[in-house]
Structures are given as C-alpha cells and as structure tokens.
Unconditional design. Sequence first.
Length: 199
Amino acid sequence: MKLVDSLGRHFRQVDIWLPRTREIVECKHQIRPVDVGVVDRLVGTIDDLNASGARIVSHSGFTKTASLRAAKANIECLTLPFDNSPARLHPAGGEGFYCGSYVDLCQSSSPDCDSYGRITYETGYGGDALLCVGNSVDWGNRQMHAFIAHIVLSHSIAVPPSDAMVDDFLIEFGERFDAGREWRLREAEVGHVIHSFYE
C-alpha cells in the first residue's frame, strides 16, 4: 500500500503496514539473499513514515552486510523458505459452493474497515479449499465486490475473467456482498453467469 510521508508531500510504498503499531513489513521472494541496499531503503522509509519499527521477511535469506545493517537499525530479519511446493487449489467439480464470511479484525487500515473476508470453495463432498483472504479491506464497496467476482470466476473457469464477465457477475450477485453479511453461491449459479456470457 502507499502511505503519505510525515511531511504530507510524498507517498511511500510498503508491502504491509500495521497501523495500530505503526510497523512496516517488507516481503522479499527472490533467488538471491536480500542485500544491504534493501535494508538501507527500508531505514529511509521508516524515517519518512515515522514508523515505530520494521521487519523484512525473505525466502532466500540475507547477506552478512544486510544482517549487520538491519541489526544496527533494529530491523528484524526473518527467513521463511518454502518447505514444500504450495498446495494446489481444489479444482471446481460442479457440485460445490463458493462462500464468504466476515470476521472481526484486530488491525485495519482505515476507520471504515473493521473486518476481513474469506473466500472458500466447498467441494460438495466434504472437502474445502481456501481461495483467498482479503485483509484490511472494506468488503462493502464495489471494488471489493469486483475482487470477489474475480477470485470466484478465476477458480471456476481456470483463467482470469474479462471485465465484462465480472460486470455480469456483479449484476447477478452484487447485493449478496454487503458488508457484514455471510454469503454462499452454488457452483451452478456461477456457471449460469458464465454460460450466459458465452451464449
């Protein structure tokens, strides 16, 4: 997300902002270890945003110089390698349900947002797969409705949907995604929108 600096003149982009503790989390997924340049830039960002602290999470570790510079600036460095390949999403099978729920959130990025949403695909045969969790977002606005549509349609047709398909989905189901409500869509309902689009 982009945050305005302490002078109110420029925006700085960060991967994760924890507003209540004013912390920054930078996430690095690259082949080479994080170098000292990444740490130096983060030190500048901390100063510009008047942040209380920061962490860097890396898939591939850190160079020795980067680790020393981070320690000097009191920046925590975490290495989180993948133990296994990411689990594949359960393929749509025709008998499932797409569902979402709203849960209290301890940290939100704006006063208008006090919940996060979860999109789950239930197979209809006793299994389920988490498709997405939208964190610190207001699910009561049209942009987030489009986000829901994109995730559900992408899973259903196995490719990113067109803008027109997303619009058709929102015409059909948009009112179900009002903030604070739980929602559930049968796979056949989603398929109806997809088929009508191609007719």
